[in-house]
Design a protein around this ligand. Sequence first.
Ligand SMILES: Nc1ncnc2c1ncn2[C@@H]1O[C@H](COP(=O)(O)OP(=O)(O)O)[C@@H](O)[C@H]1O
Ligand SMILES: [Mg+2]
Length: 323
Amino acid sequence: MEQIITVQGVVKRFGRGVRALDGLSLDIPAGIIYGLLGPNGAGKTTLIRILATLLSADEGVVRVAGLDVRRQAEAVRARIGLAGQYAAVDGHLTGRENIEMVGRLYGLSRRQARARTSVVLDRIGVGEAAHRQVRTYSGGMRRRVDLAASLVGRPQVLFLDEPTTGVDPASRREVWDLIRDLVDGGTTVVLTTQYLDEADQLAGLIGVINHGRLVSEGTPEQLKSHTGPAVLELSIPDSQQDAAMRALGQIAPAAYERHRGTLVLPAADGVATLQHALRALDAAAITPTDVGLHRPTLDDVFLALTRTDSIDGYLNDPAGATL
Ligand SMILES: Nc1ncnc2c1ncn2[C@@H]1O[C@H](COP(=O)(O)OP(=O)(O)O)[C@@H](O)[C@H]1O
Ligand SMILES: [Mg+2]
């Protein structure tokens, strides 16, 4: 598959102590949605800013659309669009004026900018509000205008930095639909998110980053296979922890402890796993103080990817089993 983005050994330091990117490498194929998944502070925005030529890396090589972001920054800028974590729109201009202005910055003539603005406005569904000042918009509407502005130059590659953070659930779905449409139209989208479900919904390939490094990469299915479709959490009294781990180990070797007192296991069969677990505990005369079955979160994925305290390790060294 053709790679539209290559990142090799990128290091970015801030000040003395912080290595926001710590030797990051990844390849992104053309024509997909690539999800960069990671917690706050992982380095997602730093990477997006480097890809979008707003920041330069201290070390490493970055190519976008076959161009070197450092030496051919101008040419890269002509091929990309960026919508940020904080919608960068001017509140005193109308929605339409904001988008036209960005079109002009992309080098479109006044007439072209007007025409393209109409096209993207149609697409994002701001409607009559396009003629109102942006400061009167809701957060979700601002996001959409920001997204529309990033599309006006017909980018080959679109970077979206947490496009739905702080957006209400209904607008979130609309933004998702819009992103899917774009990719159907041939754009490659790189989006960052802190939400596993968002990456799962949208991305063809997900890179998990933490502390400025790629921790894991794969399809949503591959990523979720680490946790299973659901996760079971059991609160167990302290004195019965070890016995509980042993009892659960028979049905789920990958059980682990999240906090003192909370045991977590992948629930491959959902409610059936829950029933098995309760029966196994009951046979060992253990009664959980709380039980929950939930869809895997980013936390669960991280724990599943990084845990060293699966049941095997736990049985060998129960005291060292807390993450
Ligand atoms: N301009 C900056 N000056 C100093 N530290 C920064 C700056 N930008 C980001 N950082 C630090 O770099 C790390 C990665 O930040 P960022 O890329 O914003 O993460 P994310 O977008 O994944 O939340 C964090 O520790 C953050 O505090
Ligand atoms: Mg960020």
